[in-house]
Design a protein around this ligand. Structure first.
Ligand code: FCB
Length: 445
C-alpha cells in the first residue's frame, strides 16, 4: 500500500512535519525536571492504564539527535515539539533550571542543523505541581505565571523558532481535565471547569501580549476541533450536537476570533464563571499570526433528558474505528478547514498541527506493517488538498506522532507513532507508514 500523493501535489512551501510533546517522549527522570500534575495523576490508582507515567517515556531527552535524524534524512520539513514547564521552572515560577533551558537550546539548534523548521508549543499539559497546588488552571493568576514562563522560553530560543503556539488543545486542558476528569488534575466539577475554560484563554492572550511586547512574531494557538453530529434523528439530538459543537469548538473559536462566548454554552457555564469575565475578552481575542488545528474524529451525540447539563449521551460508531475507538472521518477535517477559514480565521495561515491514528501495531521479523495508517493518512491528506483547492491557506501538516509514546490516561497501551518504539530497548523502527510517507515527500536529488 502506498501514499497516494507526492510533494508536488501540494503548493510550493507546504510543510510536511511530525509532532510530539515533552511529557509524552522526553522522560522526566532526566535533567532535573520538576514534578508536574501528570506525575501525581499517574501515581493515583485507577487514573492511567497500567499506572504508567512519563518518567522514562521514549528517553528522547537522551536520544533526540537520533529522533531528529529520522525526520531530516527522510525529507520532512518541520518538527512540532513542546517544552516542559517543570523542566524549565521546577517550581513553576521563579528559579530556572539551567539544564532544562540548555536542553531546549540544543534541541532547537539540532533541528536547524538538520534543516527542520522548529514549531514550538509552550504548554502541552505538564503543569508544574507547585502551581497545581495553588489551584492550577482554576486560579486566575495562571495567566501571569504562564506569560512569565513564555517570556523565559522565548528569550532563550525565540530567535530560532519558525512559529510558536501558546497552548495545545484548551478543550483538553479545561473540559477533559476539570469536567470529565479524564486527564490531570482529574476533577469533575463544573465550577472548576468553567474557570479553567476561561483561564486557559486568558493565559493564551496574556502570554501573546507579553511575547509581542518582547518583539516575537508568528504567534498562535493549537485547538483540537471535533466534529459533532446528531447520533439519531430528531430536534433534541440536533440541538445536542449543536451544544457539543459549542463546548468543544465554538467556545474557543468565538472567544479567540470574535471576543465572545457562545450563548448556548454560557447557559450552562455562566453561573460558574469568575465575575467580570467579560472584561478579559479583549485580551483573549488579540490578533494572532496563525492557527493550528488538531483533528482526529467526530462524535455522534445524543440528547439524554435524564442527564444533567449538557444532557448528553453517545451513539455507537457507525464508521470504521481506530484503536482508540475513534471513527475515521476525514470529511470532518475538510469541513473544519473550510468553516474556520470562512467564519473565524479569515485568511490567517492554518496548519494541521496534529492528525493521526492509534493502531494495534505489532513488530514482526523486525518490521511493522500498518496499512491502516497509510490509508488514514491518504484520506486526511486528501481532505487537506481539497480544502487548499477550495481556497483555504493551509501551510502544513504534522502527523501525530513521530514516535509511539505515552498516550496520557491510556499509558503506553496505544501506539500513535509512525515509528515503533520498543520500550524495553528504546529501539526505534520506522513503520511501513513512515516509509510510505517518506517516499511520497522525497525531494528530487
Ligand atoms: C491529542 C494530544 C496529543 C495526543 C493525541 C492522540 O489530543 O494533543 O498529545 O495525545 O491527542
Amino acid at each position: 500500500m502506498k501514499i497516494g500523493f507526492t510533494r508536488s501535489d501540494f503548493p510550493a512551501g507546504f510543510l510536511f512535519g511530525a509532532a510530539t510533546a515533552a511529557y509524552q517522549i522526553e522522560g522526566t527522570s532526566f535533567g532535573n525536571c520538576g514534578p508536574s500534575h501528570w506525575d501525581s495523576f499517574a501515581a493515583t490508582p485507577g487514573n492511567v492504564v497500567g499506572g504508567d507515567d512519563g518518567a522514562v517515556a521514549c528517553e528522547h531527552y537522551l536520544r533526540f539527535a537520533e529522533d531528529l535524524d529520522l525526520l531530516s534524512t527522510n525529507d520532512f520539513d518541520a518538527y512540532r515539539f513542546s517544552v516542559s514547564w517543570p523542566r524549565i521552572m521546577p517550581e513553576g515560577r521563579g528559579a530556572v533550571n539551567v539544564q532544562g533551558l540548555d536542553f531546549y537550546d540544543r534541541l532547537v539548534d539540532a533541528m536547524l542543523e538538520r534543516g527542520l523548521k522548529p514549531y514550538l508549543t509552550l504548554y502541552h499539559w505538564d503543569l508544574p505541581s507547585a502551581l497545581a497546588d495553588v489551584g492550577g488552571w482554576r486560579n486566575r493568576d495562571v495567566a501571569s505565571w504562564f506569560a512569565d514562563f513564555a517570556r523565559v522560553v522565548m528569550q532563550r530560543v525565540g530567535d530560532r523558532i519558525a512559529a510558536t503556539a501558546t497552548l495545545n488543545e484548551p478543550w483538553c486542558i479545561a473540559w477533559l481535565s476539570h469536567f470529565l476528569g479524564i486527564h490531570a488534575p482529574g476533577l469533575r466539577d463544573i465550577r472548576a471547569a468553567a474557570r479553567a475554560m476561561h483561564h486557559v484563554l486568558l493565559a493564551h492572550g496574556t502570554a501573546l501580549e507579553a511575547m509581542r511586547a518582547d518583539g516575537h512574531r508568528n504567534l498562535g494557538i493549537v485547538l483540537n476541533l471535533q466534529y459533532a453530529e446528531p447520533g439519531a434523528v430528531g430536534d433534541a439530538h440536533a440541538k445536542a450536537a449543536l451544544l457539543e459543537d459549542g463546548i468543544f469548538n465554538r467556545w474557543f473559536l468565538d472567544g479567540l476570533f470574535h471576543g465572545t462566548y457562545p450563548d448556548d454554552v454560557l447557559a450552562g457555564l455562566e453561573p460558574h464563571l469568575p465575575t467580570g469575565w467579560e472584561k478579559d475578552m479583549a485580551t483573549i481575542s488579540r490578533p494572532m499570526d496563525w492557527l493550528g488545528i488538531n483533528y482526529y474524529t467526530r462524535r455522534r451525540v445524543l440528547n439524554d433528558p435524564n442527564a444533567l447539563w449538557p444532557h448528553q449521551a453517545d451513539a455507537p460508531p457507525v464508521l470504521p474505528v481506530t484503536d482508540m475507538g475513534w471513527e475515521v472521518y476525514p470529511d470532518g477535517l475538510y469541513s473544519f478547514l473550510i468553516r474556520v477559514h470562512r467564519d473565524f480565521s479569515k485568511g490567517l495561515p492554518i496548519f494541521v498541527t496534529e492528525n493521526g491514528m492509534a493502531n494495534a501495531d505489532v513488530m514482526e521479523n523486525g518490521s511493522v506493517w500498518d496499512p491502516q495508517r497509510i490509508e488514514f493518512l491518504n484520506l486526511h491528506f486528501d481532505a487537506v488538498r481539497r480544502a487548499i483547492r477550495d481556497g483555504v491557506p493551509v501551510g502544513g501538516y504534522f502527523v501525530w506522532s513521530l514516535l509511539d509514546n505515552y498516550e496520557w490516561a491510556l499509558g503506553y497501551s496505544k501506539r500513535f507513532g509512525m515509528v515503533y518504539v520498543d520500550y524495553e530497548t528504546q529501539k526505534r523502527t520506522p513503520k511501513a507508514s513512515f516509509n510510505a510517507l517518506a517516499a511520497a515527500i522525497r525531494r528530487s536529488r
